[in-house]
Ligand binder design. Structure first.
Ligand code: A2P
Length: 341
């Protein structure tokens, strides 16, 4: 294997998308030592430019020749694009950090949240997977607790924002809301149901056998994989809510042994990438409006689950920026592990 260059050439596949734009911001804000940058998208975007590090960079059409000279390719253009082009990028000598679901459950592909299982990044064979946004945000709260007391069971309900369905869904939420307020009819095209002042079961297809949808199945399987607990019982209900870019999750966690809420609070307060928002007197807890644009995952409403008289369960509430910890930030953190300074 070649020695990592100090200033890697970076390709961003899907640079014009909701996650791609945030990847560029994260690279810039975190001073990732970019040697050269190549912005790739569909032919629809070719000829446009995007700002990066004080200059305008031309967007190129993604082709099989896009990866010559590239050291690290950050993919965020959907699973079918990743399936087709990630192996081509690896063949050309790049390491791929893939934000899609294409390779997440393949045993030779590490599925990484750096704060949780960052030690697995180095075991890649060319591709590293960035988790589903619910899994990435949820494990930030679960892992610090699991290290102290093994988790025995998890129940979760999500409140997922538009950004998880891409830039077009965010725009649909804006337009649907404006139309609703102006009492104008609005025809939804991106999401399957009216979105303004409404919420609905996540738009991923339902598995007939289990009744769970694809988002729930992904989030459950990936959470187990990241935590290294292949048999952990988890049940999630994923709901799409009219919020632009941060996901929230209500969690009920059962442990092997009792865990006092005060201890859970202390563990989460010192966990990297987590910020406690847990002010009972002010009734101030994690909110998507405060999580949006923040790197940290907000955790609060930490309390004993009085539905479990054994004292082994706690309940809490989490909000994390879907575009940052749920996608772009996590991908850039993985790239930082690959090219340490
Ligand atoms: P484009 O803007 O040219 O369509 P989002 O998840 O926000 O919808 O973004 C999807 C990203 O994937 C966009 O950057 C989009 O580029 C890119 N994309 C979609 N289809 C292709 C394709 N066939 N080849 C390359 N990039 C694609």
């Amino acid at each position: 294997m070649s020695i990592s260059p100090r200033n890697p050439a970076v390709a961003v596949v899907g640079a014009t998308g909701a996650v791609g734009i945030e990847i560029l911001r994260c690279l810039e804000q975190r001073n990732f030592p970019v040697g050269d940058i190549r912005l790739l998208a569909s032919a629809r975007s070719a000829g446009r430019t995007l700002p990066f590090a004080g200059r305008e960079v031309a967007i190129e059409t993604l082709t099989e020749d896009s990866f010559k000279g590239i050291d690290v390719a950050l993919f965020s253009a959907g699973a079918s694009i990743s399936r087709r082009y990630a192996p081509i990028a690896v063949e050309a000598g790049a390491v791929v950090v893939d934000n899609s679901s294409a390779f997440r459950m393949e045993p030779q592909v590490p599925l990484v949240v750096p704060e949780v299982n960052g030690e697995t990044t180095g075991k890649h064979a060319g591709i590293i997977a960035n988790p589903n946004c619910v899994a990435a945000i949820m494990v930030m709260a679960l892992a610090p607790l699991h290290r102290a007391r093994p988790i025995r069971r998890v129940h979760a309900a999500t409140y997922q924002s538009a950004s998880g369905a891409g830039a077009a869904a965010m725009e649909e939420l804006r337009q649907a809301t404006a139309a609703y307020l102006a009492d104008r009819p609005f025809e939804h095209k991106v999401l399957p149901h009216p979105y303004a002042f409404n919420l609905f079961s996540h738009n991923a297809a339902i598995d007939e056998e289990t009744g769970y949808n694809g988002e729930e199945l992904k989030a459950m399987a990936e959470t187990r994989r990241i935590l290294g607990t292949p048999d952990l019982p988890i049940s999630i209900t994923c709901i799409r809510v009219p919020v632009l870019r941060a996901h929230s999750i209500a969690l009920t966690i059962e442990f092997d042994q009792p865990l006092a809420p005060e201890e859970a609070r202390a563990l989460l307060a010192k966990a990297p990438g987590v910020a406690l928002v847990d002010d009972r007197s002010a009734n101030h807890f994690p909110m998507p409006s405060e999580a949006s644009g923040r790197d940290d995952v907000l955790v609060g409403r930490i309390r004993r689950d009085i539905g479990d008289p054994s004292g082994r369960s706690i309940a809490l509430f989490v909000s994390g920026d879907q575009l940052l910890k749920g996608a772009a930030l996590n991908a850039v953190q993985i790239a930082e592990q690959l090219f340490p300074r």
